[in-house]
Design a protein around this ligand. Structure first.
Ligand SMILES: Nc1ncnc2c1ncn2[C@@H]1O[C@H](COP(=O)(O)OP(=O)(O)OP(=O)(O)O)[C@@H](O)[C@H]1O
Ligand SMILES: [Mg+2]
Length: 256
């Protein structure tokens, strides 16, 4: 078995008095999609920021593609891309101009070529010459994800890629993310919605009260709930029921 693309051990982070990550352990296999599931304020963005070298952890270790984020942050940056929780597209520019700008910033040899290739891959070719200010939420998000792929990163972090999108737009983003993983890219995404994790992820990790309290495939998570006994039609537990069962056992800690 090849080494995992992402390996997190005993990771801790606090903001002042607020302990957010209290010993996070996580492995992400190369070419897989892992959904990091957690409520508001669970620390998902904090974890993604540490993994993508934007924030330094207080303790623990992280390697991405074998590079340590603390001692080799530049090597990590070369291997990854990050799509933040809030879209980073420029509304005044067209879709094609946004992509071309990022390609030039990353010193891509053919900015126009890579822009066109990504526009058609994300179903934005027809809107390429329109200002992004006229795009729908789903189109913006797809452009945002497309921008993060310039330079062909091997690991992609997506922080809540579909928050605020309607069901159709979410499915479009899901298809784009699935295509990435099928092409061998490793994807770690955060989400608050259980159906997103259920539809998209190979493995689901639940971050709660500073730790990964559950990590497994959907089938493994569902097995955590006792099977129904006296129902005539067997009902499979939804991920929502699994989540509430594992989280509900631990009373929610109120942050100040
Ligand atoms: N720069 C900061 N300074 C102080 N506290 C912070 C800072 N950033 C985040 N926090 C706090 O740390 C906790 C975790 O925040 P984080 O943004 O990582 O959560 P999240 O899981 O991404 O939440 P959401 O689902 O709302 O995006 C929250 O209580 C938040 O208020
Ligand atoms: Mg967040």
């Amino acid at each position: 078995m090849s080494a995992p693309a992402i390996e997190v051990r005993g990771l801790r982070h606090r903001y002042g008095e607020l302990d957010v990550l209290m010993g996070v352990d996580l492995e992400v296999a190369r070419g897989s999609i892992v959904a990091l599931l957690g409520s508001n304020g669970a620390g998902k963005t904090t974890l993604v920021r540490i993994l993508s070298t934007l924030l330094t952890a207080d303790a623990g270790s992280v390697t991405v593609e074998g590079h340590d984020v603390a001692t080799a942050p530049m090597a990590v940056r070369q291997a990854i891309s990050l799509t933040g929780q809030f879209a980073a597209v420029d509304e005044i520019l067209t879709g094609r101009e946004n992509l071309g700008l990022v390609a030039r910033l990353r010193r891509h040899p053919d900015p126009g070529g890579v822009a066109d290739a990504l526009l058609s891959r994300f179903g934005l070719a027809e809107a390429a010459s329109r200002r992004v200010g006229t795009y729908s939420g789903g189109m913006r998000r797809r452009l945002d994800v497309a921008m993060s792929l310039i330079g062909a990163p091997s690991v992609v972090f997506l922080d809540e890629p579909t928050t605020g999108l309607d069901p159709e737009a979410r499915r479009e983003v899901w298809a784009a993310v699935r295509a990435l993983a099928d092409a061998g890219t490793t994807v770690l995404l955060t989400t608050q919605t259980l159906d997103e994790a259920e539809h998209l992820a190979d493995r689901i990790a639940i971050l709660h009260q500073g730790r990964i309290i559950v990590d497994g495939t959907l089938a493994e998570l569902k097995a955590l709930i006792p099977a129904p006994t006296v129902e005539l039609i067997e009902k499979q537990p939804s991920l929502e029921e699994v989540f509430l069962a594992v989280v509900g056992a631990r009373p929610r800690k109120e942050h100040p």
